[in-house]
Design a protein around this ligand. Structure first.
Ligand SMILES: CCCCCC/C=C\CC(=O)SCCNC(=O)CCNC(=O)[C@H](O)C(C)(C)COP(=O)(O)OP(=O)(O)OC[C@H]1O[C@@H](n2cnc3c(N)ncnc32)[C@H](O)[C@@H]1OP(=O)(O)O
Length: 238
């Protein structure tokens, strides 16, 4: 990802990500490493400006493109690794959680689904991804608090798989993971992957329109708009 300054996921970046994932699958990609050009941010999550005083049609397109991107990434037949070389809140954490393996550069960055702290709610499929990684109990604690984990905490709870000392080390560890997968029969590998992920995927696939409506209704609420405005101001003041 290379959308300065913080790889916030706006419609354009999501379209680019989705199209890349579609292309990789068509070209029978052997493995993918998702990382960031920024030296300190993997992705700042959804672009708040896409949710603040939105145009209804654009907001719908934004959300359905996010769904498409997630479905493509989460169900990709090829192996995927997130080399998390910076902060990774909310939608950034979702991208990392959707890969099969996570290597994060330590020690100073943070990762987590912090939506509750912003006065918004992580959708059920964000929650499912966290639950699948760290288990029911830890996911409930993390999601209700909107907890951002330090790298050490993330490793301890199973949110990441390995710590790296810098980006090059993260990429090298990610390549080791891909090398390990490359010797396996691809169809058997991808069938097992999809079997593990099927229930989570189907939950969204069967409820896409309801999920979209929930998003559009939620961001139309004055209280939510107020919370987003205050949050944007806090970020700008900073
Ligand atoms: C029923 C459904 C309901 C809705 C479901 C919504 C689901 C998911 C929600 C999200 O993903 S919301 C986004 C959550 N993200 C965050 O809380 C992260 C916010 N950003 C930060 O904490 C920091 O920016 C950072 C990522 C730690 C990086 O810090 P750094 O000091 O390097 O950079 P900043 O100076 O803070 O930021 C630079 C520049 O970028 C703007 N910006 C930051 N994050 C976002 C964002 N998510 N969207 C839009 N813009 C963002 C920030 O305001 C700065 O702008 P300028 O001041 O330079 O204009």
């Amino acid at each position: 990802m290379q959308k300065p300054p913080v790889n916030s996921l706006n419609l354009d970046l999501l379209v680019a990500l989705r199209d890349t994932l579609v292309k990789l699958e068509k070209e029978k990609c052997k493995g993918m490493i998702l990382t960031s050009e920024s030296p300190s941010v993997f992705s700042a999550g959804l672009d708040i400006m896409e949710m603040y005083r939105p145009d209804h049609n654009r907001a719908r397109k934004f959300w359905t493109t996010l769904q498409d991107t997630w479905i493509k990434l989460y169900s990709s037949p090829y192996p995927t690794v997130a080399a998390i070389n910076g902060h990774s809140p909310a939608g950034g954490c979702l991208l990392a959680l959707s890969c099969e393996y996570r290597v994060m550069v330590g020690p100073k960055f943070t990762i987590g689904l912090n939506e509750t702290q912003l006065g918004i709610v992580a959708p059920f499929w964000f929650q499912d991804c966290m639950r699948n990684a760290i288990g029911e109990r830890q996911a409930e604690l993390a999601l209700t608090l909107g907890k951002m984990f330090s790298v050490d905490e993330a490793l301890k709870v199973g949110l990441i798989d390995e710590i790296a000392k810098d980006k090059a080390d993260a990429i090298s560890k990610a390549e080791d993971f891909l090398d390990e997968q490359s010797g396996l029969p691809a169809l058997a590998r991808s069938t097992v992957k999809v079997a593990f992920r099927e229930a989570t995927l189907n939950r969204l696939l069967k409820n896409r329109e309801a999920d979209t409506k929930m998003f559009l209704d939620f961001i139309s609420m004055p209280k939510v708009q107020q919370a987003l405005e205050m949050y944007m101001q806090t970020l700008k003041k900073k």
